[in-house]
Design a protein around this ligand. Structure first.
Ligand SMILES: *[C@@H]1O[C@H](CO)[C@@H](O)[C@H](O)[C@H]1NC(C)=O
Length: 516
Protein backbone atom coordinates (compact mmCIF):
# COMPACT_ATOMS: atom_id res chain seq x y z
CA UNK A 1 0.00 0.00 0.00
CA UNK A 2 2.65 2.46 1.06
CA UNK A 3 4.85 1.39 -1.84
CA UNK A 4 2.15 2.12 -4.43
CA UNK A 5 1.53 5.52 -2.84
CA UNK A 6 5.23 6.31 -3.02
CA UNK A 7 5.38 5.13 -6.60
CA UNK A 8 2.44 7.29 -7.55
CA UNK A 9 3.99 10.26 -5.81
CA UNK A 10 7.30 9.60 -7.54
CA UNK A 11 5.62 9.36 -10.92
CA UNK A 12 3.69 12.55 -10.30
CA UNK A 13 6.95 14.24 -9.38
CA UNK A 14 9.00 12.99 -12.30
CA UNK A 15 6.33 13.53 -14.93
CA UNK A 16 4.89 16.81 -13.77
CA UNK A 17 5.90 19.60 -16.07
CA UNK A 18 8.25 22.34 -15.02
CA UNK A 19 7.14 25.95 -14.96
CA UNK A 20 9.22 27.78 -17.54
CA UNK A 21 9.23 31.50 -18.26
CA UNK A 22 10.21 32.17 -21.88
CA UNK A 23 11.16 35.77 -22.76
CA UNK A 24 11.37 37.10 -26.35
CA UNK A 25 10.51 40.80 -26.04
CA UNK A 26 11.41 42.09 -29.51
CA UNK A 27 8.33 43.52 -31.26
CA UNK A 28 7.72 43.68 -34.99
CA UNK A 29 10.61 41.56 -36.18
CA UNK A 30 8.90 38.28 -36.88
CA UNK A 31 12.03 36.17 -37.03
CA UNK A 32 12.89 36.55 -33.35
CA UNK A 33 9.42 35.43 -32.43
CA UNK A 34 9.64 32.45 -34.72
CA UNK A 35 12.55 31.42 -32.50
CA UNK A 36 10.53 32.16 -29.37
CA UNK A 37 7.55 30.19 -30.59
CA UNK A 38 9.85 27.27 -31.38
CA UNK A 39 11.00 27.15 -27.76
CA UNK A 40 7.41 27.40 -26.52
CA UNK A 41 6.19 24.68 -28.89
CA UNK A 42 8.87 22.17 -27.85
CA UNK A 43 8.40 22.82 -24.14
CA UNK A 44 4.62 22.45 -24.39
CA UNK A 45 4.99 19.22 -26.33
CA UNK A 46 7.22 17.92 -23.53
CA UNK A 47 4.46 18.65 -21.03
CA UNK A 48 5.81 21.77 -19.36
CA UNK A 49 3.92 24.86 -18.24
CA UNK A 50 4.99 27.83 -20.30
CA UNK A 51 4.59 31.53 -19.64
CA UNK A 52 5.65 33.44 -22.73
CA UNK A 53 6.61 37.12 -22.49
CA UNK A 54 6.45 38.20 -26.10
CA UNK A 55 6.56 41.28 -28.32
CA UNK A 56 4.55 39.41 -30.96
CA UNK A 57 1.79 37.36 -29.28
CA UNK A 58 1.58 33.94 -30.83
CA UNK A 59 -1.44 32.25 -32.38
CA UNK A 60 -0.48 29.10 -30.49
CA UNK A 61 -2.95 28.19 -27.83
CA UNK A 62 -2.71 25.40 -25.29
CA UNK A 63 -4.00 24.79 -21.78
CA UNK A 64 -0.47 24.97 -20.43
CA UNK A 65 0.44 28.18 -22.27
CA UNK A 66 -0.01 31.66 -20.93
CA UNK A 67 1.14 34.71 -22.90
CA UNK A 68 2.28 38.01 -21.46
CA UNK A 69 1.84 40.60 -24.17
CA UNK A 70 4.54 43.28 -24.41
CA UNK A 71 3.78 44.31 -28.00
CA UNK A 72 3.56 47.88 -26.68
CA UNK A 73 7.35 47.77 -27.18
CA UNK A 74 6.49 48.76 -30.73
CA UNK A 75 6.16 52.33 -29.49
CA UNK A 76 9.92 52.50 -28.94
CA UNK A 77 11.19 50.07 -31.53
CA UNK A 78 9.93 50.47 -35.07
CA UNK A 79 11.65 47.96 -37.32
CA UNK A 80 10.97 50.01 -40.43
CA UNK A 81 13.00 52.96 -39.09
CA UNK A 82 15.80 50.58 -38.45
CA UNK A 83 16.21 48.71 -41.71
CA UNK A 84 14.57 50.49 -44.55
CA UNK A 85 15.58 49.34 -48.03
CA UNK A 86 15.18 52.89 -49.30
CA UNK A 87 17.56 54.22 -46.64
CA UNK A 88 20.14 51.51 -47.30
CA UNK A 89 20.01 52.20 -51.04
CA UNK A 90 20.34 55.97 -50.69
CA UNK A 91 23.10 55.83 -48.11
CA UNK A 92 24.94 53.39 -50.32
CA UNK A 93 26.14 51.28 -47.42
CA UNK A 94 24.79 49.03 -44.74
CA UNK A 95 23.46 50.41 -41.47
CA UNK A 96 26.11 50.09 -38.80
CA UNK A 97 24.79 48.31 -35.75
CA UNK A 98 26.70 49.21 -32.60
CA UNK A 99 26.29 52.01 -30.06
CA UNK A 100 22.84 52.71 -31.37
CA UNK A 101 21.83 49.04 -30.97
CA UNK A 102 23.18 48.84 -27.45
CA UNK A 103 21.09 51.81 -26.35
CA UNK A 104 18.05 50.73 -28.32
CA UNK A 105 18.11 47.24 -26.84
CA UNK A 106 18.52 48.62 -23.33
CA UNK A 107 15.42 50.70 -23.94
CA UNK A 108 13.49 47.69 -25.27
CA UNK A 109 14.48 45.40 -22.39
CA UNK A 110 13.89 48.07 -19.76
CA UNK A 111 10.51 48.81 -21.28
CA UNK A 112 9.71 45.10 -21.14
CA UNK A 113 10.71 44.75 -17.49
CA UNK A 114 8.72 47.80 -16.43
CA UNK A 115 5.68 46.92 -18.57
CA UNK A 116 2.61 46.63 -16.35
CA UNK A 117 1.92 43.01 -17.41
CA UNK A 118 5.44 41.96 -16.49
CA UNK A 119 5.42 43.94 -13.25
CA UNK A 120 2.12 42.30 -12.30
CA UNK A 121 3.69 38.89 -12.87
CA UNK A 122 6.76 39.73 -10.79
CA UNK A 123 4.79 41.34 -7.96
CA UNK A 124 2.40 38.41 -7.57
CA UNK A 125 3.83 36.32 -4.70
CA UNK A 126 2.00 33.23 -6.00
CA UNK A 127 3.97 33.24 -9.25
CA UNK A 128 6.89 30.82 -9.26
CA UNK A 129 9.10 29.41 -11.98
CA UNK A 130 11.67 26.63 -12.25
CA UNK A 131 13.59 28.26 -15.07
CA UNK A 132 13.76 31.37 -17.26
CA UNK A 133 14.77 31.20 -20.93
CA UNK A 134 15.74 34.64 -22.25
CA UNK A 135 16.64 35.67 -25.76
CA UNK A 136 19.97 37.53 -25.65
CA UNK A 137 19.61 40.89 -27.38
CA UNK A 138 22.77 42.95 -26.99
CA UNK A 139 22.32 43.35 -23.26
CA UNK A 140 21.66 41.26 -20.17
CA UNK A 141 19.09 43.43 -18.47
CA UNK A 142 16.32 40.82 -18.26
CA UNK A 143 18.37 38.44 -16.08
CA UNK A 144 16.59 40.31 -13.27
CA UNK A 145 13.69 37.91 -13.89
CA UNK A 146 15.80 35.00 -12.66
CA UNK A 147 16.63 36.99 -9.52
CA UNK A 148 12.97 37.78 -8.90
CA UNK A 149 11.86 34.16 -9.26
CA UNK A 150 15.01 32.83 -7.63
CA UNK A 151 15.57 30.26 -10.37
CA UNK A 152 18.30 29.49 -12.93
CA UNK A 153 18.25 30.98 -16.44
CA UNK A 154 19.36 29.99 -19.94
CA UNK A 155 20.26 32.37 -22.78
CA UNK A 156 18.83 31.71 -26.20
CA UNK A 157 21.26 33.23 -28.69
CA UNK A 158 19.84 33.86 -32.15
CA UNK A 159 23.22 34.18 -33.91
CA UNK A 160 26.37 32.21 -34.56
CA UNK A 161 28.48 31.95 -31.36
CA UNK A 162 30.37 35.22 -30.85
CA UNK A 163 32.40 36.90 -28.13
CA UNK A 164 29.59 39.01 -26.69
CA UNK A 165 27.58 35.95 -25.65
CA UNK A 166 30.37 33.44 -25.07
CA UNK A 167 32.04 35.83 -22.63
CA UNK A 168 28.92 35.56 -20.47
CA UNK A 169 29.50 31.86 -19.80
CA UNK A 170 33.18 31.37 -20.59
CA UNK A 171 35.45 33.79 -22.40
CA UNK A 172 35.65 35.98 -25.46
CA UNK A 173 36.43 34.27 -28.74
CA UNK A 174 39.92 34.68 -30.19
CA UNK A 175 39.73 37.71 -32.48
CA UNK A 176 42.58 36.42 -34.63
CA UNK A 177 40.34 33.78 -36.20
CA UNK A 178 36.74 34.23 -34.98
CA UNK A 179 34.90 37.14 -36.61
CA UNK A 180 32.96 39.61 -34.49
CA UNK A 181 29.17 39.34 -34.39
CA UNK A 182 28.57 41.68 -37.33
CA UNK A 183 31.90 41.44 -39.08
CA UNK A 184 31.95 40.77 -42.80
CA UNK A 185 35.41 39.23 -42.70
CA UNK A 186 36.03 35.50 -42.68
CA UNK A 187 39.21 33.79 -41.47
CA UNK A 188 42.03 33.46 -42.32
CA UNK A 189 42.25 37.21 -41.71
CA UNK A 190 44.71 39.61 -43.27
CA UNK A 191 46.81 41.71 -40.90
CA UNK A 192 44.43 44.67 -41.26
CA UNK A 193 41.38 42.47 -40.64
CA UNK A 194 42.98 41.01 -37.55
CA UNK A 195 43.52 44.51 -36.16
CA UNK A 196 39.96 45.44 -37.00
CA UNK A 197 38.62 42.35 -35.20
CA UNK A 198 40.65 43.24 -32.10
CA UNK A 199 39.39 46.79 -32.31
CA UNK A 200 35.77 45.52 -32.36
CA UNK A 201 36.29 43.91 -28.96
CA UNK A 202 37.67 47.12 -27.49
CA UNK A 203 34.75 49.04 -28.98
CA UNK A 204 32.17 46.59 -27.61
CA UNK A 205 33.72 46.78 -24.15
CA UNK A 206 33.76 50.56 -24.27
CA UNK A 207 30.11 50.80 -25.37
CA UNK A 208 29.03 48.42 -22.60
CA UNK A 209 31.14 50.19 -20.02
CA UNK A 210 29.56 53.51 -20.97
CA UNK A 211 26.06 52.14 -20.32
CA UNK A 212 26.92 50.28 -17.13
CA UNK A 213 25.96 52.75 -14.42
CA UNK A 214 22.78 53.75 -16.24
CA UNK A 215 21.86 50.07 -16.62
CA UNK A 216 22.37 49.46 -12.91
CA UNK A 217 20.02 52.31 -11.98
CA UNK A 218 17.31 51.03 -14.35
CA UNK A 219 17.90 47.47 -13.10
CA UNK A 220 17.22 48.48 -9.50
CA UNK A 221 14.14 50.39 -10.52
CA UNK A 222 12.71 47.54 -12.62
CA UNK A 223 13.46 44.55 -10.39
CA UNK A 224 14.14 46.01 -6.94
CA UNK A 225 10.52 46.18 -5.72
CA UNK A 226 9.64 42.60 -6.75
CA UNK A 227 12.83 41.17 -5.21
CA UNK A 228 12.26 43.14 -1.98
CA UNK A 229 8.66 41.95 -1.84
CA UNK A 230 9.92 38.38 -1.99
CA UNK A 231 12.16 39.15 0.97
CA UNK A 232 15.52 39.08 -0.79
CA UNK A 233 18.16 41.57 -1.79
CA UNK A 234 18.83 42.52 -5.39
CA UNK A 235 22.43 41.71 -6.34
CA UNK A 236 24.37 43.90 -8.79
CA UNK A 237 23.51 43.42 -12.45
CA UNK A 238 27.23 42.80 -13.06
CA UNK A 239 26.99 39.72 -10.81
CA UNK A 240 23.79 38.20 -12.15
CA UNK A 241 24.87 38.77 -15.75
CA UNK A 242 27.49 36.02 -15.62
CA UNK A 243 25.25 33.55 -13.81
CA UNK A 244 23.59 31.84 -16.79
CA UNK A 245 23.42 28.06 -16.58
CA UNK A 246 24.06 27.80 -20.30
CA UNK A 247 23.46 29.14 -23.80
CA UNK A 248 21.29 27.40 -26.36
CA UNK A 249 22.45 28.75 -29.72
CA UNK A 250 20.61 29.04 -33.01
CA UNK A 251 23.78 27.86 -34.74
CA UNK A 252 25.20 24.83 -36.49
CA UNK A 253 28.83 24.30 -37.38
CA UNK A 254 28.06 23.62 -41.03
CA UNK A 255 26.50 27.09 -41.40
CA UNK A 256 29.05 28.90 -39.23
CA UNK A 257 32.57 27.76 -38.49
CA UNK A 258 34.18 25.27 -36.16
CA UNK A 259 34.73 27.38 -33.04
CA UNK A 260 35.93 26.38 -29.58
CA UNK A 261 32.83 26.12 -27.42
CA UNK A 262 32.42 25.47 -23.70
CA UNK A 263 30.19 22.54 -22.63
CA UNK A 264 27.64 25.11 -21.50
CA UNK A 265 27.03 26.19 -25.10
CA UNK A 266 24.80 23.82 -27.06
CA UNK A 267 24.00 24.53 -30.72
CA UNK A 268 20.40 23.77 -31.66
CA UNK A 269 19.90 25.52 -35.01
CA UNK A 270 16.84 24.41 -36.92
CA UNK A 271 14.72 23.70 -33.85
CA UNK A 272 12.24 26.30 -35.08
CA UNK A 273 11.60 24.44 -38.35
CA UNK A 274 8.11 23.08 -38.20
CA UNK A 275 6.21 22.26 -41.32
CA UNK A 276 2.80 22.08 -39.81
CA UNK A 277 0.79 23.21 -42.78
CA UNK A 278 0.63 21.88 -46.30
CA UNK A 279 0.90 24.51 -49.02
CA UNK A 280 -2.31 26.39 -49.77
CA UNK A 281 -4.07 24.79 -52.73
CA UNK A 282 -3.28 27.52 -55.28
CA UNK A 283 0.38 27.62 -54.33
CA UNK A 284 0.62 23.84 -54.41
CA UNK A 285 -0.72 23.85 -57.97
CA UNK A 286 1.59 26.68 -59.06
CA UNK A 287 4.61 24.82 -57.70
CA UNK A 288 3.54 21.41 -59.03
CA UNK A 289 3.07 22.89 -62.50
CA UNK A 290 6.41 24.73 -62.58
CA UNK A 291 8.27 22.37 -64.89
CA UNK A 292 11.31 24.68 -65.09
CA UNK A 293 11.43 25.07 -61.33
CA UNK A 294 10.50 27.76 -58.86
CA UNK A 295 12.62 30.70 -57.72
CA UNK A 296 11.52 31.93 -54.31
CA UNK A 297 12.29 35.58 -53.46
CA UNK A 298 11.90 36.98 -49.95
CA UNK A 299 13.71 39.77 -48.19
CA UNK A 300 12.47 38.70 -44.76
CA UNK A 301 9.95 40.27 -42.48
CA UNK A 302 12.04 43.19 -41.21
CA UNK A 303 12.76 44.56 -44.66
CA UNK A 304 9.41 45.70 -45.98
CA UNK A 305 9.45 45.26 -49.73
CA UNK A 306 6.55 47.70 -50.00
CA UNK A 307 8.99 50.45 -49.09
CA UNK A 308 11.21 49.47 -51.97
CA UNK A 309 11.53 52.28 -54.54
CA UNK A 310 9.05 51.87 -57.40
CA UNK A 311 11.74 51.83 -60.12
CA UNK A 312 13.53 48.99 -58.41
CA UNK A 313 10.30 47.04 -57.98
CA UNK A 314 9.34 47.49 -61.64
CA UNK A 315 12.86 46.55 -62.72
CA UNK A 316 12.70 43.34 -60.70
CA UNK A 317 9.25 42.48 -62.06
CA UNK A 318 10.40 42.94 -65.66
CA UNK A 319 13.50 40.83 -65.01
CA UNK A 320 11.54 38.04 -63.30
CA UNK A 321 9.03 38.16 -66.17
CA UNK A 322 11.84 37.29 -68.58
CA UNK A 323 12.75 34.06 -66.75
CA UNK A 324 11.63 30.60 -67.80
CA UNK A 325 11.15 29.68 -64.16
CA UNK A 326 8.15 30.43 -61.98
CA UNK A 327 8.87 33.13 -59.41
CA UNK A 328 7.18 33.37 -56.00
CA UNK A 329 7.84 36.77 -54.46
CA UNK A 330 6.99 37.48 -50.86
CA UNK A 331 5.65 41.03 -51.00
CA UNK A 332 3.09 42.79 -48.86
CA UNK A 333 1.08 44.11 -51.79
CA UNK A 334 0.50 43.08 -55.41
CA UNK A 335 2.00 45.52 -57.92
CA UNK A 336 0.47 46.30 -61.31
CA UNK A 337 1.69 44.73 -64.58
CA UNK A 338 2.34 41.39 -62.99
CA UNK A 339 4.02 39.00 -65.48
CA UNK A 340 2.39 35.57 -65.92
CA UNK A 341 5.17 33.59 -64.24
CA UNK A 342 5.40 35.83 -61.15
CA UNK A 343 3.21 35.20 -58.11
CA UNK A 344 2.98 37.54 -55.15
CA UNK A 345 2.35 36.10 -51.71
CA UNK A 346 1.98 38.39 -48.71
CA UNK A 347 2.16 35.57 -46.17
CA UNK A 348 4.33 33.07 -47.96
CA UNK A 349 4.66 29.81 -46.00
CA UNK A 350 8.43 29.87 -46.49
CA UNK A 351 9.26 26.44 -45.09
CA UNK A 352 6.62 24.69 -47.16
CA UNK A 353 7.76 26.51 -50.31
CA UNK A 354 11.40 25.56 -49.73
CA UNK A 355 10.31 21.98 -48.99
CA UNK A 356 8.70 21.59 -52.42
CA UNK A 357 10.95 19.56 -54.73
CA UNK A 358 10.48 22.10 -57.55
CA UNK A 359 12.00 24.94 -55.53
CA UNK A 360 15.46 25.36 -57.08
CA UNK A 361 16.67 28.73 -55.82
CA UNK A 362 16.10 30.94 -52.80
CA UNK A 363 16.82 34.66 -53.17
CA UNK A 364 17.12 35.96 -49.61
CA UNK A 365 18.51 38.76 -47.44
CA UNK A 366 20.45 36.03 -45.65
CA UNK A 367 18.98 36.14 -42.16
CA UNK A 368 20.09 33.19 -40.09
CA UNK A 369 16.63 31.60 -40.08
CA UNK A 370 16.49 31.74 -43.86
CA UNK A 371 19.97 30.30 -44.36
CA UNK A 372 19.10 27.54 -41.89
CA UNK A 373 15.91 26.71 -43.72
CA UNK A 374 17.69 26.73 -47.08
CA UNK A 375 20.16 24.20 -45.73
CA UNK A 376 17.46 22.12 -44.07
CA UNK A 377 15.56 21.80 -47.36
CA UNK A 378 18.74 21.77 -49.50
CA UNK A 379 17.97 24.82 -51.67
CA UNK A 380 20.90 26.95 -52.96
CA UNK A 381 20.99 30.58 -51.81
CA UNK A 382 21.28 33.79 -53.79
CA UNK A 383 22.06 36.31 -51.05
CA UNK A 384 21.24 40.04 -51.07
CA UNK A 385 22.39 40.99 -47.56
CA UNK A 386 21.15 44.28 -46.13
CA UNK A 387 22.28 44.65 -42.53
CA UNK A 388 23.55 43.17 -39.26
CA UNK A 389 24.75 39.56 -39.43
CA UNK A 390 23.39 39.01 -42.95
CA UNK A 391 26.70 39.89 -44.61
CA UNK A 392 28.53 37.33 -42.52
CA UNK A 393 25.90 34.65 -43.13
CA UNK A 394 25.93 35.18 -46.88
CA UNK A 395 29.73 35.45 -47.08
CA UNK A 396 29.97 32.15 -45.27
CA UNK A 397 27.43 30.47 -47.52
CA UNK A 398 29.38 31.72 -50.56
CA UNK A 399 32.64 30.44 -49.10
CA UNK A 400 31.04 27.03 -48.53
CA UNK A 401 29.90 26.89 -52.16
CA UNK A 402 26.13 26.89 -51.65
CA UNK A 403 25.48 30.54 -52.50
CA UNK A 404 26.19 33.57 -54.67
CA UNK A 405 25.99 37.15 -53.53
CA UNK A 406 24.60 40.29 -55.15
CA UNK A 407 24.81 43.71 -53.47
CA UNK A 408 21.60 45.59 -52.68
CA UNK A 409 21.67 48.51 -55.11
CA UNK A 410 19.66 50.13 -57.88
CA UNK A 411 21.45 47.77 -60.24
CA UNK A 412 19.88 44.78 -58.50
CA UNK A 413 17.66 43.53 -61.40
CA UNK A 414 20.57 43.29 -63.87
CA UNK A 415 22.98 41.71 -61.41
CA UNK A 416 20.37 39.30 -60.08
CA UNK A 417 19.58 38.09 -63.59
CA UNK A 418 23.21 37.21 -64.25
CA UNK A 419 23.49 35.42 -60.91
CA UNK A 420 20.19 33.53 -61.30
CA UNK A 421 21.21 32.22 -64.71
CA UNK A 422 24.63 31.21 -63.50
CA UNK A 423 23.28 29.42 -60.44
CA UNK A 424 20.53 27.56 -62.26
CA UNK A 425 22.86 26.55 -65.08
CA UNK A 426 25.62 25.29 -62.81
CA UNK A 427 24.87 22.08 -60.87
CA UNK A 428 27.71 22.64 -58.38
CA UNK A 429 25.52 24.70 -56.02
CA UNK A 430 22.81 22.05 -55.83
CA UNK A 431 25.34 19.27 -55.27
CA UNK A 432 27.11 21.18 -52.51
CA UNK A 433 23.92 22.17 -50.72
CA UNK A 434 22.79 18.53 -50.73
CA UNK A 435 26.08 17.49 -49.19
CA UNK A 436 25.94 20.16 -46.46
CA UNK A 437 22.25 19.47 -45.85
CA UNK A 438 23.14 15.86 -45.09
CA UNK A 439 25.69 17.05 -42.49
CA UNK A 440 23.11 19.46 -41.08
CA UNK A 441 20.65 16.63 -40.50
CA UNK A 442 23.13 14.06 -39.21
CA UNK A 443 22.69 14.81 -35.50
CA UNK A 444 20.20 14.46 -32.67
CA UNK A 445 16.98 16.37 -33.34
CA UNK A 446 17.54 20.00 -32.20
CA UNK A 447 14.10 20.23 -30.57
CA UNK A 448 14.79 17.17 -28.42
CA UNK A 449 18.18 18.63 -27.56
CA UNK A 450 16.51 21.87 -26.43
CA UNK A 451 14.06 20.04 -24.18
CA UNK A 452 16.79 17.83 -22.74
CA UNK A 453 19.01 20.76 -21.73
CA UNK A 454 16.15 22.79 -20.30
CA UNK A 455 15.17 19.81 -18.13
CA UNK A 456 18.79 19.09 -17.26
CA UNK A 457 19.27 22.62 -15.93
CA UNK A 458 16.11 22.38 -13.80
CA UNK A 459 16.94 18.87 -12.52
CA UNK A 460 20.48 19.87 -11.56
CA UNK A 461 19.41 23.19 -10.04
CA UNK A 462 21.20 25.45 -12.46
CA UNK A 463 23.84 22.99 -13.77
CA UNK A 464 26.70 24.44 -11.69
CA UNK A 465 28.98 21.65 -13.00
CA UNK A 466 28.94 23.35 -16.42
CA UNK A 467 30.21 26.62 -15.03
CA UNK A 468 33.51 27.68 -16.56
CA UNK A 469 36.36 28.67 -14.21
CA UNK A 470 37.38 31.18 -16.91
CA UNK A 471 34.73 33.49 -15.44
CA UNK A 472 36.86 33.87 -12.32
CA UNK A 473 40.06 34.85 -14.09
CA UNK A 474 40.62 38.47 -15.16
CA UNK A 475 41.72 38.99 -18.76
CA UNK A 476 45.21 40.23 -17.90
CA UNK A 477 45.86 36.99 -16.01
CA UNK A 478 44.68 34.89 -18.97
CA UNK A 479 47.20 36.75 -21.12
CA UNK A 480 49.86 36.42 -18.39
CA UNK A 481 50.34 40.16 -18.47
CA UNK A 482 51.16 40.03 -14.75
CA UNK A 483 54.05 37.67 -15.50
CA UNK A 484 55.14 39.89 -18.35
CA UNK A 485 55.05 42.85 -15.95
CA UNK A 486 57.14 40.96 -13.42
CA UNK A 487 59.74 39.97 -16.04
CA UNK A 488 59.87 43.57 -17.22
CA UNK A 489 60.47 44.84 -13.67
CA UNK A 490 63.15 42.19 -13.07
CA UNK A 491 64.95 43.10 -16.28
CA UNK A 492 64.83 46.79 -15.41
CA UNK A 493 66.12 46.02 -11.94
CA UNK A 494 69.05 43.92 -13.16
CA UNK A 495 70.02 46.55 -15.73
CA UNK A 496 70.03 49.10 -12.93
CA UNK A 497 72.14 46.91 -10.62
CA UNK A 498 74.69 46.03 -13.33
CA UNK A 499 75.05 49.69 -14.22
CA UNK A 500 75.63 50.61 -10.59
CA UNK A 501 78.25 47.90 -10.19
CA UNK A 502 80.06 48.91 -13.39
CA UNK A 503 80.18 52.57 -12.41
CA UNK A 504 81.58 51.64 -8.96
CA UNK A 505 84.28 49.59 -10.63
CA UNK A 506 85.27 52.53 -12.78
CA UNK A 507 85.41 54.76 -9.69
CA UNK A 508 87.73 52.30 -7.97
CA UNK A 509 89.99 52.18 -11.05
CA UNK A 510 90.16 55.97 -11.11
CA UNK A 511 91.20 56.10 -7.46
CA UNK A 512 93.86 53.43 -8.05
CA UNK A 513 95.33 55.43 -10.95
CA UNK A 514 95.56 58.62 -8.94
CA UNK A 515 97.26 56.87 -6.05
CA UNK A 516 99.97 55.60 -8.31
C1 LIG B 1 23.33 32.28 -9.55
O1 LIG B 1 22.55 31.13 -9.82
C2 LIG B 1 22.44 30.23 -8.75
C3 LIG B 1 21.72 29.01 -9.24
O2 LIG B 1 20.59 29.32 -9.96
C4 LIG B 1 21.77 30.92 -7.58
O3 LIG B 1 21.69 30.05 -6.48
C5 LIG B 1 22.55 32.18 -7.20
O4 LIG B 1 21.88 32.89 -6.20
C6 LIG B 1 22.72 33.07 -8.41
N1 LIG B 1 23.60 34.20 -8.09
C7 LIG B 1 23.35 35.45 -8.48
C8 LIG B 1 24.33 36.50 -8.09
O5 LIG B 1 22.38 35.71 -9.13
Amino acid sequence: MRLTATLILLMAWCCAGYRVLVVFPLPGGKSHNILGEGVVRHLLAAGHDVTYITGVPSKLSAPKLRQVDVSANQRIFKPEDYCDIDKILSQGKEIVVDQYTARLQLTVTNYTATHEHVQRLMLDPKEEFDLVVIEWLFNEFLVGLSTVFNCPFIWLSSLEPHGLVLSLIDEWTDPSYVPDVHSKALPPFTFAQRIRELWSIIRHKYIRWQLMSEEQVLFERAFGPAVAMRGRQLPLLEDVKYNASMILGNSHVVIGQSTKLPPSYVPIAGYHIHQDKALPENLQKIMDDAKDGVVYFSMGSLLQSTRMPETLKQGLLAMFGGLRQTVIWKLEETPENLPKNVHIESFAPQQSILAHPNCILFITHGGLLSTNEALHFAVPILGVPAFADQFQNVNRAVQKGIASQVPLSYDLPRELKVAIEEMIGNPKYREKVKELSFIYHDRRAPGAELVHWVEHVVRTRGAPHLRSPALLVPWYQKMYLDLLGLVFVLVLLSVFVVRRLLSKNIDVNDVNKKNR
